[in-house]
Design a protein around this ligand. Structure first.
Ligand code: ADP
Length: 171
């Protein structure tokens, strides 16, 4: 009999999260420097259903996760492509000629669930099941590193079941 792989190697959040090492970096939104056009371009160029919102690309500390940016096409007066988007509560006074800003704080998940990259996938799966999560962010030393969606979890579970058909851990 073969030794069961789980005993020698525990799958960690970092093994399941996206992006993979060879992938382009996580697609994030900065909280107060993007225009409507910037975000529309990002939506057009990617297929993701959500984007974490960060303070800035430099600090990339986690702020929030948008559940669905596409549902957020709110009709607000005077919004144009060059309108600045704010995910922040506070909005600094805009220069007089600038177009109306678009406030999108209302569409964000204000407390996205987070695990560290070293969290065992058994625990991550358990959290997804118990809390009914749709996605979860992965951090390392407080910095945002990646994302795990419910579908990523389901794929991971299918892989584990293939590897070890006797395992009822994830059923
Ligand atoms: P689903 O997993 O339900 O298809 P998405 O379409 O949002 O949901 O994600 C597709 C894949 O891309 C998943 O493997 C997910 O981990 C990854 N992903 C999701 N959001 C992002 C993002 N903002 N940046 C990079 N990868 C992402």
């Amino acid at each position: 009999l073969e030794a069961k792989e789980e005993f020698s190697h525990k799958t960690l959040a970092m093994d399941v999260m996206r992006p993979r090492r060879s992938d382009p970096p996580l697609s994030v939104l900065t909280q107060d420097s993007l225009t409507v056009e910037d975000v529309e371009t990002l939506i057009a160029e990617t297929t993701y259903s959500g984007f974490p919102v960060v303070v800035s690309h430099e600090s990339q500390r986690l702020v929030d996760l948008i559940i669905s940016i596409e549902n957020a096409r709110m009709r607000q007066d005077g919004i144009v492509s060059t309108s600045r988007i704010f995910f922040t509560e506070y909005m600094p006074p805009q220069p007089p000629e600038s177009p109306a800003p678009l406030k999108l704080r209302g569409i964000m998940d204000l407390s996205p669930f987070t695990v560290t990259d070293h969290t065992a996938m058994e625990i991550v799966v358990d959290i997804f099941r118990k809390l009914g999560l749709r996605q979860c962010l992965v951090t390392h030393n407080g910095r945002l590193l990646g994302i795990i969606t419910k579908k990523d979890i389901l794929k991971h579970m299918a892989q584990m079941a293939n590897r070890d058909p006797d395992s009822i851990l994830f059923n």
